[in-house]
Design a protein around this ligand. Structure first.
Ligand SMILES: Cc1cc2nc3c(=O)[nH]c(=O)nc-3n(C[C@H](O)[C@H](O)[C@H](O)COP(=O)(O)O)c2cc1C
Length: 310
């Protein structure tokens, strides 16, 4: 997730039991032209493995070089973003709008697969309208997407259960996710199918997993301020119950997170910690007082002092 899944956050997710973590998405064009900023975004620590680099872009001819750069860094896999609805990506025909040209989708997948040995996964949404603002003119769905790439060795697929037209709100379409899962398994019986979107509680996540028969879940915003969801979900699956998180664990996680962020980005990048801290104290009885202090933190010591009061 752009602006969220940097190395410190990925490490925190790993500590709490994530099986696989993804980098923020990185432009294939930027990798192709050796952008130092983009290389930094896919830099990782050994604890993050298996870490997957997510890449995006519409020019198939740039993928081989970009994919090789990722592979040479020792990254475990590549995920291609075919789902982003953001204007700066989809507005230029990238992300989810790539599905409007399924021949180009094939070219991108083929170019990537032919240039590296590491596994390839893809992320998309359940559908988009073919003509902007005119749903009556038909839709391209995840099933069309699967049909287009079915002959390539795809290792995993993440499907966000919303459409291009309902980018980040409203319920996810579990029926569409279930159909996508069934279609995926026809072509890649050994592949990993993950559902994504709007999963809030441990119980609802397990219900949706069971209903769709997906192999797992790709967690996004539901992790904000509660990376321990990974452990809770796994405990629940294993034993039928899970522990609420303790105050000490929240404090330790927030402090550890701030130390990792400081090590990774130093003083200039530390302000990014503030948004995470607001999530860590969400629901706390003194949340509004805490928020006033947390939005001013400059260094890990400040976080320690404030968090110890909670
Ligand atoms: C701030 C933000 C950044 C995101 N960045 C990415 C990204 O880089 N790559 C991606 O595949 N999805 C990205 N997404 C989409 C999420 O991965 C996810 O598909 C979406 O939020 C739905 O899941 P949720 O309802 O569980 O959050 C982003 C979402 C948000 C809110």
């Amino acid at each position: 997730m752009a602006g969220i899944t940097d190395s410190p956050w990925r490490q925190i997710c790993k500590i709490w039991g994530a099986d696989v973590v993804h980098t923020e998405f990185v432009s294939v064009d930027a990798l192709y032209y050796d952008s130092a900023k983009s290389l930094k975004m896919i830099d990782y620590k050994p604890i993050e493995q298996p870490v997957v680099a997510q890449i995006f872009g519409k020019r198939a001819e740039l993928y081989p070089k970009a994919a090789k750069i990722v592979e040479q860094l020792g990254i475990a896999g590549i995920d291609i973003n075919f789902g982003c609805p953001a204007k700066k990506v989809a507005g230029h025909g990238g992300g989810i709008c790539l599905l409007r040209d399924l021949d180009n989708v094939k070219k991108i997948v083929e170019a990537t697969i032919n240039s590296v040995k590491i596994p390839l996964s893809v992320k998309t949404r359940i559908s988009l309208n073919t003509v902007k603002g005119q749903p009556e003119k038909g839709q391209i769905t995840v099933l069309d997407f699967i049909e287009a790439i079915k002959d390539y060795p795809i290792s995993a697929m993440i499907v966000h259960g919303r459409t291009y037209e309902t980018p980040f709100s409203g319920p996810v379409d579990l029926e569409a996710l279930k159909s996508a899962r069934n279609e995926f398994k026809k072509h890649w019986p050994q592949g990993v199918f993950l559902i994504n979107g709007s999963f809030q509680t441990v119980e609802s996540i397990i219900e949706d997993l069971k209903y769709t028969q997906a192999d797992g879940i790709a967690l996004s915003r539901s992790l904000y301020g509660q990376p321990w969801l990974f452990k809770q979900i796994k405990d629940y699956l294993k034993t039928g119950s899970y522990q609420e998180i303790s105050k000490e664990e929240i404090i330790d996680t927030a402090i550890k997170h701030s130390q990792l962020l400081w090590e990774c980005k130093g003083e200039s990048g530390f302000k990014e910690m503030r948004k995470h801290l607001l999530f860590y104290v969400k629901g706390h009885p003194q949340a509004s007082e805490l928020r006033r202090e947390l939005v001013a933190v400059e260094k890990p010591k400040d976080v320690e002092k404030i968090m110890e009061k909670i």
